[in-house]
Design a protein around this ligand. Structure first.
Ligand SMILES: *[C@@H]1O[C@H](CO)[C@@H](O)[C@H](O)[C@H]1NC(C)=O
Ligand SMILES: *[C@@H]1O[C@H](CO)[C@@H](O)[C@H](O)[C@H]1NC(C)=O
Ligand SMILES: *[C@@H]1O[C@H](CO)[C@@H](O)[C@H](O)[C@H]1NC(C)=O
Length: 394
């Protein structure tokens, strides 16, 4: 009792100075009524947050209110070494894409954070990309809802994120990030609505999240290394993918990717590596392990000619010697179990330049009737121990 009293006293004495670290968007004139444009209030509050020299200045987006924002960029560098953005209420994009105002934004994002080290975005509120009016509008470049660029030591989540016009979250050029407790949802037929895309980044952890969208739950793209993904419930969607890499002849590099403890439910793919014909570079040291699949079309898949349609694939197979592709090697698929509703439970297509040291262990995938599933493979060097289905070329 006495301890509690002392604690309260300390809190009361300390709170005025704590409060000064808080910058509430409502105090800057934000209405939070769901339709008034609150962009200016957020921009003004951000100037103060970013300019503050206090410990962890915090942008407060209060609970129970809905703040409509036009495309907006939060830029650093900031004065404090950590900056917090607490989204407790909802931020929402304009309802119709006809009402988006682009300013000098090149149209590729709705909300962008750039050059802010020690950025913490959490609060458990909702980010609503209002993607509906965009999804049928394929001629237009559709924006990423949340783009985070060059932010070292990022902490993202808990947060709910719904209905991005295109991919929900893009992480570009960030090192040492911890992304956790996200709940990302978009309809399963919404186009290109990846959950999280990561590129040009090192040491990124993604944990304890639920992702249900119309495209990849997580895509690991060029220039990434030491990416740790664990405890994700993925589906519907297209699975967790390394790539696509090597488009338009690009040089691409990905290595040290560790994906574990994943449930894929009614996804088109599970553990996937995809590269385009004509690229170069490598995707190596990739582990997918401790994975459950429910009704997944391609639970384990490497596709070294992601672009090629069936007739073209056949043609490329014939054109030996002119092959160019991203080198795929040192890959482990371990302890993957469950059911498939697709043609091949394991599909390893390395027909372009071959894949080396591809290790499969403890795979047990059956069709929906509990019967044996099939596997296919082409130009793969490696091994398969305790594999159901058996992979003929290993
Ligand atoms: C990786 O990032 C985490 C923060 O998420 C940090 O604590 C850790 O020290 C980093 N590891 C290395 C090797 O830099
Ligand atoms: C891919 O990333 C690597 C390493 O960061 C970089 O050298 C290369 O230019 C990138 N490729 C493309 C096409 O951006
Ligand atoms: C694995 O994932 C499940 C559910 O997604 C979670 O309950 C469990 O704690 C995770 N285990 C580890 C070791 O992360």
């Amino acid at each position: 009792m006495k301890g509690l009293f002392v604690l309260c006293l300390i809190f009361v004495i300390a709170s005025p100075c704590l409060c000064q670290n808080y910058f509430n968007v409502v105090k800057y004139g934000a209405k939070g009524d769901g339709h008034t444009d609150d962009s200016n209030a957020f921009t003004n509050a951000w100037q103060d947050v970013c300019g503050s020299t206090r410990d962890t200045p915090t942008l407060i987006i209060p609970e129970g209110q809905n703040f409509m924002l036009q495309p907006l960029s939060f830029q650093g560098p900031c004065k404090s070494t950590t900056i917090s953005v607490k989204i407790m209420g909802t931020i929402t994009a304009p309802q119709s894409n006809a009402n988006w105002k682009w300013d000098d934004n090149d149209g590729d994002y709705w909300i962008k954070f750039s050059n802010i080290n020690g950025l913490i975005i959490n609060g458990g509120g909702t980010v609503d990309g209002q993607g509906d009016s965009w999804w049928n509008n394929n001629g237009h470049i559709r924006p990423t809802a949340l783009k985070i660029l060059e932010c070292d030591n990022l902490k993202l989540g808990p947060l709910k994120h719904i209905n991005s016009p295109r991919n929900h979250i893009s992480i570009v050029g960030c090192n040492d990030a911890l992304i956790s407790n996200l709940h990302i949802i978009a309809p399963k037929d919404s186009p290109n609505t990846d959950g999280i895309d990561i590129s040009t980044s090192t040491n990124i952890s993604v944990q304890h999240s639920i992702i249900s969208t119309g495209d990849d739950c997580i895509a690991i793209n060029n220039g990434t290394e030491f990416i740790y993904i664990t405890d994700i419930q993925c589906g519907p969607g297209h699975g967790i993918s390394v790539g696509s890499l090597g488009k338009d002849g690009d040089y691409s590099t990905v290595e040290e990717i560790h994906v574990s403890n994943i449930t894929f439910r009614e996804t088109t793919n599970g553990a996937r590596i995809k590269t385009w014909t004509g690229g170069s570079g490598y995707a190596r040291k990739i582990t997918y392990e401790d994975i459950i699949v429910f009704k997944v079309e391609n639970p384990v898949i490497i596709d070294q000619q992601y672009d090629a349609l069936e007739p073209l694939k056949t043609k490329y197979n014939v054109l030996e010697g002119v092959s160019k592709a991203v080198k795929v090697s040192d890959v482990i698929f371990r302890n993957i179990r469950g059911t498939t509703n697709g043609k091949d439970a394991i599909d390893l297509n390395c027909a372009r330049i071959g894949c080396t040291n591809i290790i499969l262990e403890d795979i047990d995938i059956v069709d929906l009737d509990g019967k044996k599933a099939s596997a296919s493979c082409n130009s793969v060097q490696g091994s398969c121990s305790s594999c159901n289905p058996q992979v003929s070329c290993l």
